[in-house]
Design a protein around this ligand. Structure first.
Ligand SMILES: [Zn+2]
Length: 58
């Protein structure tokens, strides 16, 4: 069953989505959205940059 990307509004196959739950400090409380992979990598990925990238020191 296809999902609608919460960022670009594109309809994407379920297995091409990333389920994202964002907690907001507002009345909305929780944003429970599916986003497509390109949007995830472009918009959300950078927010969750892992520390791994900094573990390249000898
Ligand atoms: Zn998208």
């Amino acid at each position: 069953m296809p999902e609608t990307c919460g960022i670009c509004g594109e309809t994407v196959p379920f297995d091409a989505t990333v389920h994202t739950v964002i907690h907001i400090h507002s009345e909305a409380g929780v944003l429970d959205v599916y986003v497509c992979r390109p949007c995830y990598e472009e918009r959300l990925g950078p927010m969750f940059e892992r520390v791994d990238t900094q573990e390249q020191s000898p």
